[in-house]
Design a protein around this ligand. Structure first.
Ligand SMILES: O=C(O)C/C=C/c1cccc(C(=O)O)c1C(=O)O
Length: 342
C-alpha cells in the first residue's frame, strides 16, 4: 500500500531531511505534496527524478493526504486542525501539542504503545529529549530512574539553516580578519545576539520565570511524559556550542538499584537505534563529527558516579536533524504502517 504524504516546512533543514530519508528508506508514498510559507512557495525541488513545486500551505492543502509530516515552527498550530479534519495523521515536530494529554509524544523505540491513542496528531519530541531518552530507556528497564542531571552541547543546526550559515560565516570572518557579525544565535527573535564561533552560549530559546530556558523545561517535561513517570526528578542545562549538526549530552542518572557499567553497556548495545561507542582504553567515545548524518545515537563514557548510591554517568551524541527530528517522525509513520494503524 502507498500513502499520500505532505511535508509542511519542506524548504527548511528538517524538511530537506524528510526528503532525504523518504528516498533513502524507500518510504511508500503515492502522492507527495511540498508545502511551505508564502515566502517559499514556487520554489522548485528535484526529488527522485521528478520536479516538485513548493506550494503555499492552506487549509485546503491537506485534502487527500494520509500522512502530514510537519517540520516544526508556528505553522503547526495553524494547519494541524485542518489536516486532521481532512483525515490526515499529523506527525508534528513542533512543541505545539507535545504536552497536550490528548496527543501522544513518541520515540518509537521507547514508547510505541502510546501511538495507538492518537486522535489525529502525534507529537515528535524536542531533539535533545529524543537523544537523551534513547539512552535512558534501556537503562530504565533494568532499574527505575530516580533522578537525571543533564547538560547539553547543542549544534547550531537546532537554530535552523540560518544559524548554521552564521557559524560558517563567523569562522570565515575570523580567518580573514573581518568583523564578526551575530544576528541569529542564541535566537533570531531575542534582543541580544552573540558570537558562537569559538564560544559557548548558555541560552537556547527564551528564559522562563523560574530562570530555566524553554529548551531546558522541554527536556524536563517531555522526558516525564515519554517515560510515563511524573516522579522522575530531572534538571537540565542546555548550551549552544560551535558544532554544525549533532547534539551531545552529558547525563548523570540515579537509579533505585545499582547498575554495573558492564550491564549498562550490554543493554545499551542491544537497544535498537543506539550504538555503544565506549572503549576508553582505545580512546573510543562518541563525538558530534562522527554521529552527524547517522541514524543511531551513540553512547559512551559510561562510568559509575561514586558520589551517590546507584549512580551512572554517560555521554550521548546524535544527529539533531536526523534522529533528533526527521528520522524519529518518519519512524513513527513507518511503525504505524508496519502495525496497520492507518
Ligand atoms: O535549538 C535546538 O537545538 C532545538 C530547537 C528546537 C526548536 C526550535 C524552535 C521551535 C521549537 C518548537 O517547536 O517549539 C523547537 C522544538 O522544541 O522542537
Amino acid at each position: 500500500k502507498k500513502y499520500n504524504v505532505a511535508i509542511l516546512g519542506a524548504t527548511g533543514a528538517v524538511g530537506q531531511e524528510f526528503l532525504n530519508l523518504i528516498e533513502e528508506r524507500n518510504f511508500p508514498f503515492a502522492e507527495l505534496k511540498l508545502l511551505a510559507s508564502k515566502r517559499s512557495a514556487g520554489k522548485k525541488i528535484q526529488f527522485m527524478g521528478k520536479e516538485y513545486t513548493v506550494e503555499e500551505a492552506t487549509d485546503a492543502s491537506f485534502e487527500g493526504v494520509d500522512i502530514a509530516l510537519f517540520a516544526g515552527g508556528a505553522a503547526s498550530k495553524t494547519f494541524a486542525p485542518a489536516a486532521v479534519k481532512a483525515g490526515a495523521v499529523v506527525i508534528d515536530n513542533s512543541s505545539a501539542f507535545r504536552m497536550d494529554p490528548e496527543v501522544p509524544l513518541v520515540v518509537p523505540e521507547v514508547n510505541p504503545e502510546a501511538i495507538a491513542s492518537h486522535k489525529g496528531i502525534i507529537a515528535n519530541p524536542n531533539c535533545s529529549t529524543i537523544i537523551m531518552v534513547m539512552a535512558l530507556k534501556p537503562l530504565y528497564d533494568v532499574s527505575k530512574i530516580k533522578r537525571i542531571v543533564v547538560s547539553t552541547y547543542q549544534a547550531v543546526s537546532g537554530g535552523g539553516k540560518e544559524a548554521m550559515a552564521e557559524l560558517e560565516e563567523q569562522v570565515k570572518a575570523i580567518n580573514e580578519g573581518r568583523e564578526v557579525v551575530a544576528n541569529i544565535l542564541p535566537g533570531a527573535s531575542l534582543a541580544k545576539h552573540y558570537q558562537i564561533a569559538f564560544n559557548l552560549i548558555p541560552q537556547i530559546d527564551v528564559f522562563k520565570e523560574n530562570l530555566y530556558t524553554k529548551e531546558e523545561m522541554k527536556m524536563i517535561d517531555e522526558t516525564k511524559k515519554i517515560m510515563s513517570d511524573d516522579s522522575l526528578r530531572i534538571t537540565a542545562t542546555t548550551v549552544r556550542v560551535p558544532v554544525y549538526r549533532s547534539h551531545a549530552e552529558s547525563v548523570n542518572v540515579e537509579f533505585e538499584d545499582e547498575i554495573s557499567v558492564e550491564k549498562a553497556r550490554e543493554v545499551l548495545a542491544a537497544f535498537p537505534g543506539v550504538t555503544l561507542t565506549d572503549n576508553p582504553d582505545e580512546q573510543v567515545y562518541p563525538m558530534p563529527l562522527e554521529t552527524s548524518g547517522k541514524d543511531d545515537v551513540e553512547v559512551g563514557r559510561i562510568r559509575k558516579d561514586y558520589s551517590i548510591d546507584n549512580g551512572l554517568n554517560f555521554w550521548v551524541c546524535g544527529d539533531q536533524i536526523r534522529k533528533g527530528a526527521a528520522l524519529n517522525a518518519l519512524q513513527i509513520a513507518e511503525y504505524m504502517i508496519e502495525h496497520d494503524m492507518f
